[in-house]
Design a protein around this ligand. Structure first.
Ligand SMILES: Cc1ncc(COP(=O)(O)O)c(C=O)c1O
Length: 407
């Protein structure tokens, strides 16, 4: 206990312990926190689907019909028709043969990556040594250095070597693939990077994967539902539908519920259903949540106006940011980083913004590297021009007062 006490004190002394605000209303562009009306610029409910009347109605009706919980894991008694319907809808959106849904995006990554990198983890005790020896040799995972924590954790669980390549650096990836030429290989990347909002160079990754006979896994947590003509995600955006071996995603951001998914071809999904441990050993998501998600996935396809308005907001926000020298880069996703650098200064600015009615927490280590603290602004369909103008004007004034030069 003494060790734990010391570590906690250290974190607090270094002012690294995060302050969590309690939101008392739905995740919309305006929320209530500490009895104050706040303009929120930090939710992943990009298309406002968490509050879409059709999503809420479907979720409430299914909860009344099926109860609050699934009552078991998928392989025993937990598979409800709403899970099956959700897997079908996601397969249609992604243009894939099959899909598995998990209780979270984190678990989807753990389940997919560990099972594909080390398929014997789940079945090792059942198979003969002779069969084991007949399988491919050691697997190496090649992972972008800015991939999400769940990918890093999945590689640890898989107990296979994970080689990081420099962020979106294809010549570095190629060099490393070449070095491990004779091994079984998997390239894993976020589709849209969660803290920077940039898009992975999937065409180059697919080309390298073909050249080096590597499997590809894309975590499209922030791309699915947003990018591509029909919201199919980063693969669709690059005209690469069906070219990625496994596409992973979350259902808690764009789709406004909770859960994760893995989509791919029939055979790979069939294998995952019996080797992916979080799918087998964790309860299925509540059917009411699944029903809301079925509706949300349909809305992404049927109501493109929501995405069109979101992209208008992204364009507008980006323009006023650049005009005020608050950003030098241009993001083509709803994630817009404003990099301050210094951790304490970012926290100070975040508190000042809060005082002025804007809710956007400071993002610090360990979510981003030390010295790269930032505001990770996320835009929604519901944000108004007045809100965006007011936010940028306020941040600009605060930065001038504090002599901050945004990176
Ligand atoms: C890129 C990425 N992958 C996976 C996850 C995990 O998803 P979930 O919150 O559904 O567990 C997140 C969420 O922060 C994410 O940003």
């Amino acid at each position: 206990m003494e060790t734990l006490h010391k570590i906690l004190n250290y974190i607090k002394e270094k002012e690294l312990y995060p302050e969590m605000k309690t939101v008392c209303t739905a995740p919309s562009a305006v929320v209530e926190i500490e009895k104050k009306k706040m303009h929120m610029f930090c939710t992943n409910n990009y298309l406002n689907l968490a509050t879409h009347p059709k999503v809420i109605e479907a979720s409430v009706l299914a909860t009344k019909k099926y109860g609050t919980g699934a009552g078991g894991s998928r392989l025993i008694s937990g598979t409800n028709q709403m899970h099956v319907a959700l897997e079908k809808e996601i397969s249609i959106l992604k243009g894939r043969e099959d899909t598995l849904v998990f209780s979270s995006g984190y678990l989807a990554n753990i389940g997919a990556i560990s099972a594909i990198a080390n398929p014997l983890l789940g079945v090792a005790r059942e198979i003969s040594k002779e069969f084991m020896r007949s399988l491919d040799n050691e697997t190496i995972v090649f992972s972008d250095e800015l991939n999400h924590a769940s990918i890093i954790d999945a590689c640890k669980i898989a107990k296979v070597p994970c080689i990081q390549y420099n962020h979106t650096d294809m010549s570095d990836l190629k060099k490393k693939l070449l070095y491990y030429k004779t091994k079984r290989k998997i390239i894993v990347t976020d589709g849209v990077f969660s803290m920077d909002g940039d898009i992975a160079p999937l065409p180059d990754i697919v080309e390298l994967a073909k050249e080096f006979h590597s499997l590809t896994i894309v975590d499209d947590a922030h791309g699915t539902g947003i990018l591509g003509e029909n919201g199919g995600g980063t693969a669709e955006y690059f005209n690469l539908k069906g070219e990625i071996d496994l596409e992973v995603g979350t259902l808690n951001k764009v789709f406004g519920g909770v859960g994760g998914f893995v989509s791919g071809n029939k055979e790979i999904c069939e294998l995952l259903r019996v080797t992916s441990r979080p799918y087998i050993f964790s309860a299925a998501m509540p059917p009411g949540n699944a029903a809301g998600l079925v509706e949300a996935v349909k809305i992404v396809k049927d109501e493109p106006a929501l995405r069109i308005k979101l992209f208008e907001n992204i364009d507008y926000f980006q323009k006023i940011l650049n005009k005020n020298q608050l950003s030098e880069t241009v993001s083509s996703t709803p994630i817009i980083p404003i990099i301050i650098g210094d951790e304490n200064l970012t926290v100070k600015l975040s508190n000042q913004l809060f005082e002025k009615g804007f809710f956007v927490p400071a993002i610090r280590w360990p979510a981003v590297p030390k010295g790269e603290a930032r505001f990770r602004v996320t835009l929604m369909t519901d944000h108004t021009k007045d809100q965006m103008d007011a936010f940028v004007e306020t941040l600009n004034t605060l930065c001038i007062n504090e002599n901050v030069l945004v990176k």
